[in-house]
Design a protein around this ligand. Structure first.
Ligand code: SF4
Ligand code: SF4
Length: 374
């Protein structure tokens, strides 16, 4: 069992490192602007699916999404084909945060709550509706339509301050609070009921050959696997876990006291929990490193070279007014007029920060207007 403890520690270590990394990058993105650090959208593989239609139709990505986001989507798609929703169970930082809150909840309440099956079952279908609506609207509008309603996006912008997140994404913030409070009582609350990415990987994972298999000859029916499963699958009652709800987290396998009673299997191939975790992690980070080496993994906008000319559409929020005017080869005075910036705003102000000193100023809207005219 010592080995299981070590593997649990490894799993948590990986999730913690990813969560801290994404949190720091999102914080720096907000503080420094998008030129040097990726946004939380650029780091979420689901953005790749939202961008798929635009990529196929026009060969470009929707705003805030880059080649690296699409590569993350492809990698997690391939991982789902082999290891089902293991992205959710072994790599997703939002899943990790929910598990952390669930652990906290269990310490506080000294028990694990379970939503009655009659409520739980229909609620699980909600995430498929969210998936359908999100992708349909993202493809139709060619934008991250869901961002204002996305609790993960709200989390990534918390460093802007609660008032600002509330103003830009009140529903996202409410959903974030509901998710965190919900997770205190019910583990993986968002994953189970609302996450469109989880729904997508669940559908793709249906073709995965590997599944958690229970060896009835070794099982002592202690029910530890069922009690520990974060998505409430009654593993002890099954011969093999076929449910698309399974996030391949390996928690049941690691909770099992009988060696070999629970394992991820396909025919004669049986994989131990450490092998599953390390394979998924190697596939994920190995592909990122490889595509980085090939120079095709990009999660921040390419910086214009000094002297290069860009269009109004390519003006970024992290650019100062002066930089944006220089890059678009527009007289500074004319640029102020074109972008409807009051003369009182200093030229060193970042484009995305104009709104904080000019009430009602919407950089994206004015940029779109100028892009249409150019
Ligand atoms: S069945 Fe096992 S691997 Fe699947 S979600 Fe439950 S605990 Fe994780
Ligand atoms: S934890 Fe292992 S031994 Fe206990 S019920 Fe589940 S499979 Fe059987």
């Amino acid at each position: 069992m010592k080995r299981n403890r070590l593997t649990r520690f490894l799993r948590w270590g990986i999730l913690a490192v990813i969560t801290v990394f994404v949190t720091i990058e999102s914080y720096l993105h907000v503080v420094n602007g998008g030129g040097s650090n990726p946004s939380i959208h650029a780091l979420c593989p689901f953005g790749g699916l939202e961008s798929l239609y635009k990529l196929m139709a026009e060969g470009s990505f929707v705003g805030k999404i880059f080649s690296g986001t699409f590569i993350l989507f492809v990698i997690t798609f391939v991982i789902a084909i082999i290891f089902k929703r293991s992205f959710c169970g072994l790599l997703c930082p939002f899943g990790a945060i929910q598990e952390f809150f669930a652990g906290l909840g269990r310490k506080v309440f000294k028990r694990k709550f379970i939503i009655p099956l009659s409520v739980d079952r229909p609620l699980r279908y909600l995430k498929y509706i969210v998936l359908l609506v999100t992708v349909a609207y993202a493809w139709k509008t060619a934008g991250l339509w869901m961002a204002p309603y996305d609790p993960w996006s709200a989390y990534g912008h918390l460093s802007e301050g609660l008032a600002s997140v509330w103003e830009e994404s009140s529903i996202g913030l409410i959903l974030l609070i509901v998710t965190l409070v919900g997770s205190l009582l019910y583990d993986r609350f968002f994953c189970k009921y609302l996450c469109p990415a989880g729904a997508f990987y669940g559908i793709v994972g249906r073709i995965s050959p590997f599944r958690v298999v229970r060896d009835e000859s070794k099982c002592i029916n202690c029910r530890l696997c069922s009690r520990e499963c974060p998505v409430n699958i009654d593993v002890q009652q099954l011969k093999e876990v076929k449910s698309p709800e399974c996030i391949d987290c390996q928690i049941c396998v690691l909770a099992c006291p009988k060696e070999g009673a629970l394992m991820l299997k396909e025919g004669k191939i049986a994989l131990t929990a450490p092998i599953v975790i390390l394979t998924v992690v190697l596939l994920f980070f190995g592909s990122i490193l490889l595509t980085k080496e090939l120079g095709i993994f990009q999660v921040i906008p390419a910086q214009p070279e000094s002297g290069e000319t860009i269009t109004y559409e390519e003006v970024k929020g992290y650019m100062s007014i002066k930089e944006a005017a220089d890059f678009t080869k527009t007289e500074l005075k004319e640029f102020y007029i074109k972008f409807e910036i009051p003369a009182s705003v200093p030229e060193g102000t970042k484009m995305k920060e104009i709104g904080s000193s000019v009430p009602g100023y919407d950089f994206d809207e004015i940029k779109a207007k100028n892009s249409d005219q150019s």
